[in-house]
Design a protein around this ligand. Structure first.
Ligand code: B12
Length: 214
């Protein structure tokens, strides 16, 4: 039964039916399925197919936009569920997170922010297309011990390096750990720009964050 629902959620994204994506996600929650499984086995595989079809030229930007709106609305239903699964005892750390300047991809960054928050981190989510100056000043203002930088484009991943350099220039690079993520981000890239770590998904991001700020 669960497999069938996950597959229908994926298909609804691929076929561009956001209302069905939301309705099927609601059904999956009501059926008691794990919220993270709904994301990982239903929504994300569907979005991957949409991304592949866009890359191969079969789909165009409107397809991406429609699928993203379905996924975002589904994520809004899932967020409170994701949060309530975790028994938060103490603040694990303070995180500033956002998508870098020039990049408006939001879904993965928001999922990472939600999962960090659900795991006891105090999260300041700056949104998307965040300027380097805003990252630096928010880190100063909050005294954050972790900074999360999301970039989904090969053209914006270089901004992650600029932000790390700006932190150093501001004299606050040593005050915090910087983690990076997004589809094009690899361990090699993270190492080459002097980040403290990278993660492939939201669960990995939480593990990394806990390890780094402990
Ligand atoms: C949805 C989407 C969009 C939506 C975004 C809507 C929104 N509100 O977010 C819209 C339609 C706006 C969009 C626009 C564009 N997009 Co787009 N988009 C995608 C798509 C299909 C899915 C991204 C997604 O949401 N995935 C689901 C989430 C859950 O996964 P995720 O983002 O990877 O996040 C996970 C991990 O990466 C990691 N992570 C993410 N952030 C962080 C941060 C930290 C700190 C850590 C530790 C981990 C971490 O954890 C997350 C959770 O598991 C991808 C395809 C793909 N395979 O990624 C293309 C893709 C990223 N887009 C692409 C392109 C080209 C564009 C456009 C340039 C298209 C255009 N011609 O205008 C524009 C760029 C606009 C801009 N300036 O940013 C290309 C990028 C190619 C490249 N190599 O640079 C991709 C790869 C599609 C493709 N195959 O060609 N896009």
């Amino acid at each position: 039964m669960s497999n069938d629902l996950f597959e229908r959620i994926s298909t609804s994204l691929i076929e561009g039916e956001p209302d069905s994506t939301v309705e099927l996600t609601r059904q999956a929650i009501e059926a008691g399925l794990e919220p993270l499984d709904i994301v990982d086995q239903g929504l994300v595989p569907g979005m991957e197919v949409v991304g592949d079809k866009f890359q191969s030229g079969e789909y165009f930007l409107p397809h991406l936009i429609i699928a993203a709106s379905g996924m975002q609305q589904a994520m809004e239903l899932l967020e409170p569920e994701l949060r309530s699964r975790q028994q938060v005892v103490e603040v694990a750390g303070t995180v500033v997170i956002g998508t870098v300047s020039g990049d408006i991809h939001e879904i993965g960054k928001s999922l990472v922010a939600t999962m960090l928050s659900a795991n006891g981190f105090q999260v300041h989510d700056l949104g998307v297309d965040v300027s380097t100056e805003t990252f630096v000043s928010k880190v100063r203002e909050t005294g954050a011990n972790l900074l999360g930088l999301s970039a989904l484009l090969t053209t914006t991943m270089t901004v992650q390096r600029e932000i790390i350099e700006a932190l150093a220039e501001a004299g606050i690079r040593d005050q915090l750990k910087v983690i990076v993520g997004g589809a094009p981000i690899s361990k090699e890239w993270a190492d080459s720009i002097g980040a403290d770590g990278h993660a492939e998904d939201a669960v990995g991001a939480v593990e990394l964050a806990k390890r780094l700020v402990r």
